[in-house]
Design a protein around this ligand. Sequence first.
Ligand SMILES: *Cc1c(COP(=O)(O)O)cnc(C)c1O
Length: 347
Amino acid sequence: MSWGGIIHAFRDRLPLPANAKVITLCEGNTPLLPAPRLVAAMGGDFDLRLKYEGLNPTASFKDRGMTMAVTHAVAKGAKLVICASTGNTSASAYAARAGISSAVIIPAGKIALGKLTQALIHGAKLLPISGNFDDALNLIRQMSNLKEVEVVNSINPVRIEGQKTASFEILETLGQTPDFHFLPVGNAGNITAYWKGFCEAIPQGRRPRMFGWQAAGAAPLVDGHPVKDPQTIATAIRIGNPASGSGALTAAKDSNGRIDKVTDQEILSAYQLLAQTEGIFVEPACAAPVAGLRKAIAAGWIPKGSLVSMTLTGHGLKDPDTVLSLFPNAPSPIAPTLDAARKALGL
Ligand SMILES: *Cc1c(COP(=O)(O)O)cnc(C)c1O
């Protein structure tokens, strides 16, 4: 049977107004890929499965929450959905699909190129602010009482409901419970959602230990206080005061997991290793848990034979500039001859 999106698949486990018209791009049902070459390259000895959320319709996990949020917005009669975003402006696509307007408040100059192009092509009204994501979120909070406007940020609880469905899919695909689940942590909605999903699917008994990863320059949950001017190349998690921070801390505590941090250098190294060992291209934020896995292996936290699942939150094509910064020297042209090609390839 063909896949009809997460609301269709998990309707009995999602809160929705009766008779709501479902706004969907058939998100979800993303692959869970084994990654033996990555694990071997890191010196580990366990089974790693990568939930590749970059293969959602707008190329990030945000679609799972947005099908729920925009379906709710339309049911309430909203004419405009608005969100603060680090760039993954899935809202603009779902609003277009619903035939309503969208506005996105973004930190000026800090949005990955691919994300900016998505918002533009879907016709979103872009409101760059001279401030960071935390400032954008503050502004959004003040706008949430305006009539006809539906705020679809991760402070919107139905987003979390949609995002929890990734946990259901992981459990269904594996047919068993992973020992660990790794994912990046920015505004902390996703780790909160995964933990909710695991708790609902496994009301009693063993659940995965949740290991969430922040970037070292934007690690308020690890450092124990908000970060005023968060800095990291992983723009999707460049957040100094996460809205769902307490959800992340609860997930880590109740699952006997942890929230930890990795440096930008570790992120960039893991980003390339993942692409070159497994053929999976992600945006830098998604490489935070990959770098975290390397740290966990080195620290001896992952017992031999464990089953580890990991969320790769978004597609690498969203952020081409980061790749180009790593490979600044484009090769120069050669003569179109066999000799020149052999020489250039060292054959
Ligand atoms: C939004 C986003 C994150 C951060 O998720 P939170 O729910 O804010 O913790 C990580 N990666 C990508 C690609 C994102 O778009």
